[in-house]
Design a protein around this ligand. Structure first.
Ligand SMILES: C[S@@+](CC[C@H](N)C(=O)[O-])C[C@H]1O[C@@H](n2cnc3c(N)ncnc32)[C@H](O)[C@@H]1O
Length: 235
């Protein structure tokens, strides 16, 4: 695709992800995806690995997994791809074409994930999706069923002042004026839920120190800003 045509196509889409499509064209995503990527501590080398990206939206992390050498990447979504939010699947499709990517796609709800339907993947990305789950434990069990080795979870966390496992419930549009947000777990609840879903070892990889986590929580009390964390869970 020539640059003027690409720029025109990019401008016609509402983007969540900032994706470098080459030729100096970067999609104007709402979120600073390259900055979030640095927090995920994804393996630099994914050669020979299979990767599943659950709730991928525009697919930035799927394309990154492919760039890091994954032999197969399956990008899945449902809610946004079915236009139930302000986004669509158009960004994913345009980026895949522009990048000449071989990332596969499947419209499937998180609760329908099962080894019989999609197989099992070495690495699974579950980024920004857990707090959208009305049934978070069930969702983690479905995701665990298709994870072979490593699950990377990026999520809203809440109630940081509570030294125990608990989930904040967001009625209606309480969290970020978005009625698709349901629960924000404490960091220890996230870890415990992942263990209950069948993961043998769970680590919080961002923020990296307990002090930093507390500091982030304290500094945000009284604001509407959301707190987030990243976990690695191993089978
Ligand atoms: C906050 S966005 C995160 C997008 C991307 N993973 C990221 O981290 O930038 C949440 C994504 O989860 C998807 N999603 C929400 N509920 C879902 C469901 N029940 N099944 C599949 N995808 C879902 C949405 O469509 C959306 O793309």
């Amino acid at each position: 695709m020539e640059r003027p045509e690409l720029e025109k196509a990019v401008a016609a889409i509402r983007w969540a992800h900032r994706i470098d499509l080459g030729q100096g064209v970067v999609t104007p995503g709402l979120w600073d995806t390259p900055e979030v990527l640095a927090r995920l501590r994804l393996p630099r080398d994914l050669r020979g690995q299979t990767v599943l990206d659950v709730g991928c939206w525009d697919g930035f992390y799927s394309f990154e997994a492919e760039r890091r050498g994954a032999r197969r990447v399956l990008a899945t979504d449902s809610f946004t791809w079915q236009r139930k939010s302000w986004g669509s699947k158009e960004g994913f499709e345009l980026a895949r074409r522009a990048l000449e990517s071989r990332v596969e796609d499947l419209d499937i709800d998180v609760l329908d994930l099962a080894p019989e339907r999609i197989g099992v993947f070495d690495v699974v990305l579950f980024l920004g999706v857990l707090y959208h789950m009305k049934h978070p434990m069930l969702a983690l069990e479905r995701v665990a069923s298709v994870t072979g080795r490593l699950l990377v979870v990026e999520t809203v966390i809440d109630l940081l002042y509570l030294p125990r496992e608990a989930l904040a419930f967001y009625p209606g549009t309480e969290l970020e004026r978005d009625d698709s947000n349901w629960f924000g777990p404490t960091p220890s609840a996230t870890e415990a839920m992942l263990r209950s879903a069948g993961f043998a070892r769970v680590e919080r990889v961002w923020p990296s120190s307990p002090r930093l986590l507390l500091w982030r929580g304290m500094s945000l009390i009284g604001t509407k800003s959301t707190k987030r964390a990243v976990f690695h869970a191993y089978k």
